[in-house]
Design a protein around this ligand. Structure first.
Ligand SMILES: O=C(O)CCC(=O)C(=O)O
Ligand SMILES: [Fe+2]
Length: 196
């Protein structure tokens, strides 16, 4: 069975994302979910406009050894991949011809948890920082746009895969959702970019 790719464009015709709705089989979603609950989730304090806030979600950074990631002023050392995540990463890289080696996992406990507008362009992601997002649990809507240009929304359902070209801005607004969502956001990090 071939997987149907859906391309999302903005109103000026620029590609915002590619989407595959049922990418991860339900059995694997059910296996992953309880395993991900065991991750050492954190809700770090960030300095923003002179005030300290906890990020409005939980996160956990995982990756190959040496793939430290500086994200919003925090230097994150990767948690190791377990067997399941290693296999999932292989499957994803085979599927798209990618070379992802790190994952920022996000846990949105309910509709109050969210993520503001940003693009992922940290220097350790190299010159073409594209991104792949595997979604689990509650469906949530992601908004996408180029730096200049109108935004479009897409609903990320459980088991879906979304690929974002380098430089696309995105945000996940609050919703009325009661259930939790976990996103696995795959990145290619240059090993040993940050030396200790
Ligand atoms: O949860 C999502 O789908 C988006 C997460 C995201 O943008 C990120 O981790 O950089
Ligand atoms: Fe992002």
């Amino acid at each position: 069975m071939t997987m149907q790719e859906q391309r999302l464009f903005d109103d000026s015709g620029r590609l915002l994302a590619s989407y595959w709705k049922n990418w991860l089989p339900v059995a694997q979603q059910r296996q992953l979910w309880p395993q991900l609950q065991q991750l050492p989730w954190q809700q770090p304090l960030l300095q923003m406009f002179g005030k300290r806030h906890r990020i409005p979600r939980q996160q956990c950074y995982l990756g190959q050894p040496g793939c430290a990631y500086r994200y919003s002023g925090m230097l994150l050392e990767p948690e190791p991949f377990d067997e399941t995540l290693t296999q999932l990463t292989h499957r994803l890289n085979d599927f798209g011809g990618w070379r992802f080696n790190a994952v920022l996992a996000n846990h949105y406990r309910d509709g109050n948890d969210k993520m503001g507008w940003h693009r992922d362009n940290e220097p350790e992601l190299g010159s073409t920082p594209d991104l792949a997002i595997v979604s689990l649990g509650q469906s949530r809507s992601l908004r996408l746009r180029w730096q200049i240009g109108p935004s479009k929304g897409i609903t990320l359902t459980a088991g879906s895969l979304l690929w974002l070209p380098a430089g696309v801005y995105h945000s996940l607004g609050s919703s009325t959702a009661q259930q939790a969502r976990i996103s696995l956001t795959f990145r290619q990090v240059i090993p040993h970019y940050h030396r200790r």
